[in-house]
Design a protein around this ligand. Structure first.
Ligand code: GLP
Length: 254
């Protein structure tokens, strides 16, 4: 593991955006796995800024997002399709035909998930998968327990996750869809490189569990430790509950 600890959420986002930009530059046809959530907003803002400054070209980038709510159309402002347009795609020169998210409004959800897996395979696989972490320890929407060989599928969301994501739904956890389509833990582990980013004090407990606790389907983020090429970028607040032994290996950019 490469563990990088930045001062605050802003510098963590800068470090993550830099790593993503380097990955884009390292391939003729980069394939990115993208994530949503508040943590990603600063990262996407910096990628958009780099594009505006002329230093980052998305024309050859293919992207696959981790997940989408079931029942929301791409035009729904609460959907992850909309989020991606709003936070990244509309600001950069990515070819929208090369952007992919699972379709939560599909009539046959199982067929949609199988098609999504096939599309990832046809693209040659994901070079870098960006990940956040949910309060339940999920990556994507892989709620506990999610076995490490799971593929893209329909899952039921935990109450804690609906609470965490309620802000987009007028603050009402019950208004958050009860199901989502998500890449599986196995799909995520197939990416050639993983980048997990977490910031803020509310993430400190689950970050410590994921990075130091048992590697278990009960905390799907713990699965990243089975990967041979993964980077974790934290800020000081989200790193606060890590042990001295883990912190001793961290690259600190204060
Ligand atoms: C949602 C997404 C996850 C993301 C999580 C964290 O649940 N499905 O992929 O990691 O939110 O969100 P935030 O960054 O807002 O804490």
């Amino acid at each position: 593991m490469k563990l990088i600890i930045e001062n605050d959420a802003g510098t963590a986002a800068t470090a993550a955006a830099q790593l993503i930009a380097e990955e884009i530059g390292a391939h003729d046809t980069p394939v990115l796995g993208l994530a949503t959530g508040r943590t990603m907003e600063g990262i996407y803002a910096r990628l958009a800024q780099a594009h505006e400054q002329g230093t980052l070209d998305f024309s050859c980038v293919t992207s696959f997002n981790l997940d989408e709510y079931v029942g929301l159309s791409a035009e729904d402002p609460r959907s992850y399709h909309y989020y991606m347009q709003d936070h990244l795609f509309r600001f950069v020169n990515i070819d929208l035909h090369r952007t992919h998210l699972p379709d939560g409004a599909a009539t046959d959800l199982d067929a949609e998930c199988a098609a999504y897996e096939a599309q990832i395979a046809r693209s040659g696989g994901i070079d870098l998968q960006l990940l956040g972490i949910g309060d339940t320890g999920h990556i994507g929407f892989n709620e506990p327990p999610s076995s490490f060989d799971t593929r893209t599928r329909c899952v039921e969301l935990d109450e804690a996750t609906r609470e965490q994501n309620a802000a987009m739904f007028g603050g009402d956890p019950n208004a958050v869809p009860h199901e989502a389509l998500t890449m599986g833990v196995g799909t995520i582990l197939d990416a050639r490189r993983l980048l997990l980013v977490a910031t803020g004090p509310a993430k400190a407990g689950i970050v410590a569990k994921a990075l130091e606790g048992p590697i278990t389907p009960e905390v799907s983020a713990s699965a990243i430790r089975l990967h041979k090429n993964y980077v974790v970028i934290l800020d000081e607040a989200s790193a606060a509950e890590l042990s001295p032994a883990t912190l001793a290996h961290a690259q600190r950019n204060a």
